[in-house]
Unconditional design. Structure first.
Length: 172
């Protein structure tokens, strides 16, 4: 890995760690304090600006450039750029190409497909996105649910029932 790839790898991993630290600090019950929401929004905005620069300079940061873990970190930053749907759509296009070249995972692509579709007001394809509805965790609408497990398997995801159980145990 070239020096630039090592530097990008380290920065992507640092940013992923900070992203997760903020999200894991949310209270399990009750409202999220506004100060914490401000930190969350600031982290997401800063990470989005950083990822835009990376993509403008290097294209999608794939496995060959930054390694598998940092390529996953780049996906996470794109996944959490909900405040910039146009950028998420751009990342989706780039990530789809990266998966085709073996530079990113189909699992990461599936999650971003769903995130973008939900952001566009469309049903998700893989059933990865949930929302809280009257205090209960519910999946966002899913396109053709009768073929959901088939699509999930094609993307390398576990059966939906297993994923749903995990989501409800940890986030519901």
């Amino acid at each position: 890995m070239a020096v630039i790839g090592i530097q990008l790898r380290d920065e992507l991993l640092r940013r992923m760690e900070r992203d997760q630290k903020v999200r894991l600090s949310l209270p399990e019950d009750g409202p999220v304090p506004e100060a914490l929401m401000e930190v969350w929004r600031s982290v997401d905005a800063d990470n989005t600006a950083f990822l835009k620069q990376v993509i403008d300079t290097h294209g999608w940061p794939g496995h060959d450039l930054v390694g598998e873990e940092a390529a996953h970190a780049a996906w996470l930053l794109a996944q959490h750029a909900d405040h910039d749907l146009a950028f998420q759509q751009r990342c989706l296009m780039l990530l789809r190409d990266a998966v085709g070249r073996g530079q990113a995972t189909a699992q990461d692509l599936a999650y971003l497909v769903d995130r973008v579709r939900v952001g566009e007001g469309r049903p998700q394809v893989y059933g990865t996105q949930y929302r809280s509805c009257d205090g209960a965790l519910q999946p966002q609408p899913i396109e053709a649910p009768e073929r959901l497990d088939e699509r999930r398997a094609e993307a390398g995801l576990e059966p939906y029932a297993d994923y749903d159980r995990h989501m409800r145990q940890h986030y519901g």
